[in-house]
Design a binder for this molecule. Structure first.
Ligand SMILES: Cc1cc2nc3c(=O)[nH]c(=O)nc-3n(C[C@H](O)[C@H](O)[C@H](O)COP(=O)(O)OP(=O)(O)OC[C@H]3O[C@@H](n4cnc5c(N)ncnc54)[C@H](O)[C@@H]3O)c2cc1C
Length: 377
């Protein structure tokens, strides 16, 4: 242990992305004295600042869909008044496919039925009414999923942060956790500069959550980060009201982003070690090729590119709950591709479980499914 100046908290949250700040807010509202420690100078420098900012009710497995639905009223309410502006802008989702992949559209309809999300089957002409640049030589059919949104991720993250600070939470940037030790019933969190003691460590370290667990002596749960590439390109189409268009085989997606621009992805998923991930030219090229195959957009150059990590547990279910072996070590990780749209509900679950309260429906029905207990052999 090297940290010198020492302070005591009820909970120290490791990681200042959406998972960390939302958990800090939810805990501080329950009267817990909370500190957030973030290694980077900027709080949303990793996955949270690199998403494509979509709310998609049917996305992810059944547990993630329940978490998304439970988070939605909060997002619609402007984060219970914490947001300075609207957090959601309507953006429906159009799943599209060439001939021969009917079962992929069936799967989308089935996923929507589980959440009660209205959706409808479209022939090629119907899909092209919603997105006129789809290429009729490629397109065979589609499914329109209603009730999707663009999320203002930066404002949502700021709202949680504002709320957490208003409830007394401390936020320490450029404080990477270097060591964790349990002494006399409390945790010592060493950032090199500071030594914080607390009853509960919340592991919201995203792609690095297994690494943080190892510091605490807890076995890793097998989190795997996957790189996802994103690029933007210019367009002269009047496209503001077009849906997010997704290949039903999830091989590409694109949507309008502001005036005269699209954001797109090859929906790649290459396993990679936790890092400040960069886009590869070959993945951007694959994305351009996929968009050009399905549309007449004729993308020839990009305006910007980036990549981010989507981190999953082996079963692709988020990991939320106390570690079964290390008392006071709490997991909030493995949110994969839905960490923004599920953030409110996961934060509630974190606060319920740490405060010793029974989660309210529907979170009570999935709490045990999300628990890291499931990784005990
Ligand atoms: C391209 C892309 C598109 C996406 N699109 C969507 C979408 O449309 N909708 C959606 O809901 N989700 C989407 N996601 C997923 C979403 O972005 C993530 O699930 C979410 O951001 C995860 O948040 P997090 O706080 O767990 O991780 P992060 O934002 O990565 O935060 C973890 C933080 O922990 C910090 N940290 C790590 N180790 C330490 C340490 N030792 N000490 C201190 N701090 C540490 C890191 O610096 C980091 O800031 C997308 C992701 C990507 C990559």
């Amino acid at each position: 242990m090297t940290g010198t100046s020492s302070r005591s908290f009820d909970a120290v949250v490791v990681g200042g992305g959406i998972a960390g700040v939302s958990a800090a807010w939810a805990l501080a509202r329950r009267g817990q004295r909370v500190a957030v420690v973030e290694r980077e100078a900027s709080l949303a420098a990793h996955s949270t600042g690199r998403s494509v900012a979509q709310f998609l009710a049917s996305y992810g497995g059944p547990a993630s869909r329940i978490l998304s639905a439970a988070s939605r009223p909060f997002l619609e309410s402007g984060a219970d008044g914490l947001a300075d502006s609207e957090l959601l802008e309507p953006r429906n989702v159009l799943w599209v496919t060439p001939a021969g992949f009917e079962e992929q559209l069936e799967a989308k309809i089935a996923a929507n039925e589980t959440t009660g999300t209205p959706c409808g089957r479209l022939d090629a002409a119907g899909a092209m009414e919603l997105c006129p640049v789809l290429d009729p030589r490629w397109l065979d059919a589609g499914v329109i999923e209603y009730g999707g949104f663009d999320i203002d991720v930066a404002e949502l993250h700021q709202s949680f942060l504002r709320g957490a600070r208003a409830e007394g939470a401390r936020v320490l940037r450029e404080h990477g956790v270097r060591a964790l030790a349990r002494r006399g019933g409390s945790w010592q969190v060493d950032t090199g500069e500071r030594l914080l003691s607390c009853a509960t460590v919340v592991n919201a370290a995203g792609a690095w959550a297994d690494e943080v667990a190892r510091m605490a002596g807890a076995p890793p749960v097998g989190l795997q980060p996957y790189r996802r590439t994103v690029f933007t390109f210019a367009s002269h189409f009047e496209s503001a009201s077009w849906p997010l268009v997704v290949g039903a085989d999830e091989s590409f997606y694109f949507k309008p982003e502001g005036a005269g621009q699209f954001v797109a992805s090859p929906a790649d998923e290459a396993p990679i070690e936790p890092c400040d991930v960069k886009p590869r030219e070959i993945d951007v090229a694959a994305g351009i090729e996929a968009v050009n195959r399905a549309t007449i957009l004729d993308v020839r150059s990009v305006r910007s590119t980036w990549a981010g990590l989507r981190t999953f547990a082996p079963d692709r279910i988020p990991v939320v709950g106390f570690d079964p072996g290390e008392p006071g070590f709490f997991w909030c990780a493995g949110q994969g591709g839905t960490g923004i749209q599920t953030s409110r509900a996961i934060a509630s679950l974190v606060a319920d479980l740490i405060s010793g309260e029974t989660p309210a429906p529907p979170l009570d029905s999935i709490a045990s499914e999300l628990s890291p207990q499931r990784f005990l052999k």
